[in-house]
Design a binder for this molecule. Structure first.
Ligand code: NI
Ligand code: MN
Length: 232
């Protein structure tokens, strides 16, 4: 499995079979992402919640690449109205696409179409667990605060090998809460996201790394640069 950070919460995962999964496709307006929407060509887009910095360019990219979008039910209805092939699932459910099992799990946040005039309810926010053919599991937390099911559901039931966690503060966990979350989830590797894309969520990656050493001694933090690849 190959993982690439596109800045903010956008990640690309590529399975052994070559299935290209794009999570939270915030590309064009993402100050941290140097790519254009034509530079990505996913088979699957996964959207954690409705906010513009996660929903991003889902519609244009889905049209260009003719891919399927997996999101919560409310966002899937919205996408279907725009002619997109969308599968709506809810917390706890999974769908299998090619060689990857994609499960939606919980997040403590909000979800609205904040880019539309008047907003609008965009279902509940979620996170995703990706399970690959060899059993390797990657957890993408979406936007979230710390909550106890990170220990009891995500950690004990699903035990991901990699946890991608937001550390920016203001909209999500701060670095210390994220390090505590890492201790509860107890993955082999932790990757921080949702920081340094905007001035209000500026954080120091090395500071997070030290907090992970303190709160999650069995996990190793990888502080990625944007567009850096990590092979697992
Ligand atoms: Ni959000
Ligand atoms: Mn966000």
């Amino acid at each position: 499995m190959n993982l690439r950070w596109l800045g903010h919460s956008a990640f690309e995962l590529i399975s052994e079979n070559g299935l290209n999964i794009l999570i939270d496709p915030f590309i064009q307006a993402n100050p941290a992402c140097p790519l254009k929407i034509n530079d990505v060509n996913p088979d699957v887009i996964c959207i954690t919640h409705g906010h513009a910095d996660h929903f991003g360019d889902a519609i244009e990219i889905a049209r260009n690449s003719d891919c399927v979008v997996i999101s919560n039910y409310e966002i899937s209805i919205y996408l279907q109205r725009h002619g997109i092939n969308a599968i709506g699932i809810n917390c706890g459910a999974y769908v299998t696409v090619d060689d990857v099992k994609i499960r939606m799990l919980d997040a403590k946040h909000s979800s609205s179409f904040d880019f539309e005039i008047g907003g609008g309810f965009a279902g509940n926010p979620g996170s995703f667990l990706f399970e690959f053919n060899d059993g390797f599991k990657v957890f993408h937390a979406g936007d979230t605060g710390l909550f106890s099911d990170m220990k009891f559901v995500i950690g004990e039931v699903y035990s991901p090998d990699v946890a991608i966690l937001p550390i920016g503060n203001i909209f999500t966990m701060d670095p210390e809460e994220a390090a505590i979350a890492a201790g509860w989830i107890n993955p082999k590797y932790v990757i921080p996201m949702h920081y340094n894309s905007f001035p209000s969520i500026r954080q120091e990656g090395q500071h997070f790394k030290r907090l992970v050493e303190k709160h999650a001694p069995d996990s190793e933090a990888y502080i990625l640069n944007v567009l850096e690849n990590k092979k697992f």
